[in-house]
Design a protein around this ligand. Structure first.
Ligand SMILES: Cc1cc2nc3c(=O)[nH]c(=O)nc-3n(C[C@H](O)[C@H](O)[C@H](O)COP(=O)(O)OP(=O)(O)OC[C@H]3O[C@@H](n4cnc5c(N)ncnc54)[C@H](O)[C@@H]3O)c2cc1C
Length: 473
């Protein structure tokens, strides 16, 4: 008896998809090449320090994310009010980011000329026929160069670590495009819409770290999830799809009517190269940027400037090599023992991909030196850790929406082949969960239209797979 749906990749996208399919009566088989589930979500404990290798928290905007956390019985922890304060590093100074359209007029981030130009947003016409406009062009057109560089681009860097002049507004910030279309002025639109939306979205995490989420999902999936099982190749069969799997050196093959590739786009591109040139073209065009996190711990007394905000992002053009920094202990005090400040400096991104050539000691030295100058830190850090992501974040560059349309066409031409993951329609963990939930509906509908009985247990398939198929010859 063949498996009905195989999910390749057990990052949050693959896990949430599997969980949502189970909830729809279809138990899939999830294959994950790493020895642990979670992908980019990983929490490491170093003594009493809690180090987040990927996401440090999430915004509670997506109901699907909150439903999932609640169904898993996870305790969600709110960030302290200090986490609402964020700064931009510009001209060597940390300047607090305005929290709403009204604060824009009193902020020290902008000159009087910059503020006047910002008000020009009230009179700028809606975008017409600009095609796939970049975030950079959009922000300069509506808000002027100064507000774009000092307020908007650091935000883009914080989310995508990307180049605003290459990121597509429609793909990366569709809500901003909608705001302009609905209200003409961003300031008016933000005042009308964002007030309520922001008030309702809080930064949160889980009690012992973000990895609680994938761990709980993995537990619930049980032997539906196979760790250390790397999919090496994919081919089409008359009844669906065949996967070549390598589990701890043992090769085997597996067939299923439906396959969901919940892997990074470059890995999806490799797997579909021989089965769909169109899907290969779309996925291989999605670029990634590297991100390095340098964690540093200090005693509170070492800092002359208190770290009582979520963190800062650097404006372009300064001398700093830091993309920004997060003060984890200010947002989530349980991440460090009392009296300790835990900060992570963010480096790399589209702005500085070459920084990966530095060794760990050089990265720690650089991050410490820059933070010490900003926060007037005396003495050396108590502890440090360097986390490297060579291909951290997919970039929704100009042409992304066209690539998604191409991918949708390719899916239609390859019945039973589905793509999932953060490379396509949302980067944040809650976006991945919401997208996975929608994908589960589509896969369930596909299997039902094919007359494939989804109720037969994949747990039973998992057992069969583990005992027979995965051992190989
Ligand atoms: C440094 C950093 C900070 C971030 N901060 C935040 C944040 O604060 N808030 C937020 O909401 N989001 C944040 N994100 C984004 C978020 O973490 C990711 O978008 C999300 O975790 C991606 O999940 P995914 O399942 O789509 O992909 P991944 O996590 O990349 O999972 C893909 C999985 O596929 C597996 N795989 C790959 N190839 C194969 C194969 N051939 N066979 C089997 N398995 C395979 C991989 O091992 C991996 O487990 C951050 C990301 C990074 C890198």
């Amino acid at each position: 008896m063949a498996v009905r749906c195989v999910i390749v990749g057990a990052g949050i996208s693959g896990l949430a998809l599997a969980d949502a399919l189970c909830a729809r009566g279809i138990e899939p088989l999830v294959l994950e090449s790493a020895p642990r589930a979670g992908g980019k979500i990983e929490t490491r404990n170093r003594g009493e320090l809690v180090v987040e290798c990927g996401p440090a928290g999430f915004l509670d905007r997506e109901p699907a994310m909150m439903r999932l956390a609640s169904s898993l019985g996870l305790r969600v922890v709110d960030a302290l009010p200090a986490a609402r304060r964020r700064a931009v590093l510009a001209g060597g100074n940390l300047l607090e980011v305005p929290r709403g359209p009204r604060d824009l007029l009193s902020t020290t981030l902008l000159s009087a000329h910059g503020k006047l130009r910002l008000l020009g947003d009230l009179f700028v016409r809606r975008s017409k026929g600009r095609g796939d406009e970049s975030v950079g062009a959009f922000a300069r057109r509506r808000l002027g160069s100064e507000a774009a560089e000092r307020v908007f681009f650091p935000l883009v860097s914080g989310l995508y670590a990307g180049d605003p002049d290459r990121i597509s507004l429609a793909a990366a910030f569709p809500w901003l495009a909608r705001l302009e279309a609905a209200h003409r002025s961003l300031l008016i639109g933000a005042a009308r819409e964002l007030g309520g939306r922001r008030a309702g979205s809080r930064l949160r995490t889980f009690a012992s770290g973000m990895e609680e989420l994938p761990r709980a999902l993995a537990r619930r999936l049980g032997n539906t999830l196979r760790l250390g099982a790397a999919v090496r190749a994919l081919s089409a069969t008359p009844a669906g799809w065949r996967l070549s799997v390598d589990e701890q050196g043992a090769a085997s093959e597996l067939e299923a009517p439906a396959i969901a590739l919940a892997v990074p786009a470059y890995e999806a591109a490799r797997l579909v190269a021989s089965v769909s040139p169109a899907a290969h073209a779309a996925t291989s065009a999605i670029e990634y940027v590297p991100v390095i996190l340098v964690y540093l711990a200090y005693r509170v007394e070492q800092l002359a400037v208190p770290a009582d905000l979520y963190g800062f992002l650097s404006a372009r053009g300064g001398s700093t090599r830091l993309l920004g920094a997060v003060f984890h202990s200010a947002a989530f005090p349980a991440r460090a023992p009392q009296g300790t400040v835990l900060v992570s400096a963010r480096l790399g991104g589209a702005r500085d991909p070459a920084i990966g050539a530095l060794n760990d000691a050089q990265l720690v030295g650089l991050a410490h030196q820059e933070l010490a100058a900003l926060l007037r830190i005396s003495g050396a850090p108590l502890d440090t850790q360097v986390i490297r992501h060579a291909r951290a974040l997919p970039q929704y560059t100009i042409g992304h929406t066209l690539r998604l349309a191409l991918l949708d066409d390719a899916e239609r031409a390859c019945p039973g082949l589905f793509f999932a993951g953060n490379a396509y329609r949302g980067l944040g963990v809650p976006d991945c969960v919401a997208a996975a939930t929608r994908r589960a509906d589509e896969i369930a509908a596909y299997l039902s239209a094919q007359g494939v009985d989804g109720k037969r247990g994949a747990r039973e398939q998992g057992e069969r797979f583990s005992q027979a198929d995965l051992r190989g010859p």
